[in-house]
Design a protein around this ligand. Structure first.
Ligand code: 13P
Ligand code: SF4
Length: 354
């Protein structure tokens, strides 16, 4: 829906008043009405780096979800304030791994006699607690754009990886990029005793995948890939690695949101693309590339927006910017010192990957 002109005007006025005191980051899955006010847009890896590179901004307004704002807080200095325009903008995948569950899992690995060989690799889409666990146990964070490098690094440090919390990114990267087989991976279910695994299974596994997934990307299906191929002859199917392994296997290309955008930029006129990622981004890309004669469609008509990403809308952004302009610090995301210290270790290992 087109943005309310009154709200657009108010957002502009508040931004102007704040000047260089505020820096607005926008994830690719954000609504158009929000993205128009972002100083930079990006995938979660790019935004983490961009946040760290703005020491002069007093306020970092993060238009994205909670774990991204936490990561920005961890990577920025103590006097910079990270603000999330709606505190209810969480991530269902990040919520699938709690600190208690992960501590319990580590005990299971100790009990099975494998913990010493295990390096944790945690997807950016996790709480600061999980990142701190990862840092404490010698592991690294990864995003969908550097998961391969993170796994290569991890297998130089140890023989096994505990991959948290997205089973699909973990499995897809292990099998597609690292030459492992599906049998090298086991699924740890935090709701079952011992994760539903025997000590022998844990000893034989190379990849211990946490049983988490993205509620948006997990809904794309092989049928949707087959349907679009039948409907649009010659279509290129490009999906995000948070999709299920069978969907990724049926697709032509796989990559992070930043990769998807670059692939479309490089695509020749007349080419046709079906994209399996969040709908706000796909719609924006369809509009952007239509004038160049590139046809971009959404892979599956039944999959919808990421509801938590969509919580950040123009009214929330206006309220946030106006509050900050009036000197009211609202919706600050602040990670406690001890968690921050270990989470930062894990994030810095990621930033140092080749
Ligand atoms: P990227 O931005 O790393 O592609 O991740 C997608 C995502 O689901 C963010 O929530
Ligand atoms: Fe979380 Fe999936 Fe939404 Fe990303 S798209 S914020 S992983 S629920």
């Amino acid at each position: 829906s087109p943005s309310d002109p009154n709200l657009v005007e108010r957002a502009r006025a508040a931004r102007e008043k704040l000047g260089s005191k505020v820096f607005v980051l926008g994830h690719h899955y954000q609504r158009d009405e929000v993205i128009q006010f972002a100083d930079v847009t990006g995938d979660s890896f790019k935004l983490a780096r961009d946040a760290a590179a703005r020491p002069e901004a007093e306020y970092i307004v993060f238009c994205g979800v909670h774990f991204m704002a936490e990561s920005a807080d961890i990577l920025t200095s103590d006097d910079q304030k990270v603000v999330l325009p709606d505190l209810a903008a969480g991530c269902s995948m990040a919520d699938m791994a709690t600190a208690e569950q992960v501590a319990e899992c580590w005990d299971v690995l100790i009990e099975a006699g494998v913990a010493e060989q295990v390096v944790p690799v945690s997807y950016m889409n996790s709480s600061a607690d999980i990142k701190a666990f990862t840092g404490k146990h010698g592991g690294t964070i990864c995003t969908s754009s550097n998961a391969k490098k993170a796994l290569e690094w991890a297998f130089e440090q140890g023989e096994k990886v505990l991959f948290l919390p997205d089973q699909h990114l973990g499995r897809n990267t292990a099998v597609r990029d690292m030459g492992m087989s599906l049998d090298d991976c086991v699924l740890y279910n935090p709701h079952k005793p011992n994760g539903g695994l025997t000590a022998e299974q844990l000893r034989n596994a190379k990849m211990i995948l946490w049983r988490g997934h993205c509620s948006v990307h997990g809904r794309f299906s092989v049928e949707s890939v087959e349907d679009v191929r039948a409907r649009i002859p010659g279509v290129n199917v490009l999906v995000h690695p948070e999709c299920k392994h069978e969907v990724v296997s049926a697709a032509d290309y796989v990559g992070s949101t930043e990769y998807i955008i670059k692939a479309l930029e490089a695509a020749p006129a007349g080419s046709k693309w079906a994209i399996g990622t969040e709908l706000n981004l796909v719609r924006r890309l369809a509009n952007r590339f239509a004038p160049e004669g590139k046809e971009v469609v959404f892979l599956d008509k039944t999959v919808c927006f990421c509801s938590t990403m969509n919580r950040i809308d123009l009214p929330h952004l206006v309220w946030t910017l106006e509050s900050l302009a009036e000197g009211n610090l609202v919706n600050r995301i602040e990670v406690d010192r001890e968690t921050e210290q270990f989470a930062k270790l894990a994030l810095e290992r990621m930033l140092a990957l080749p």
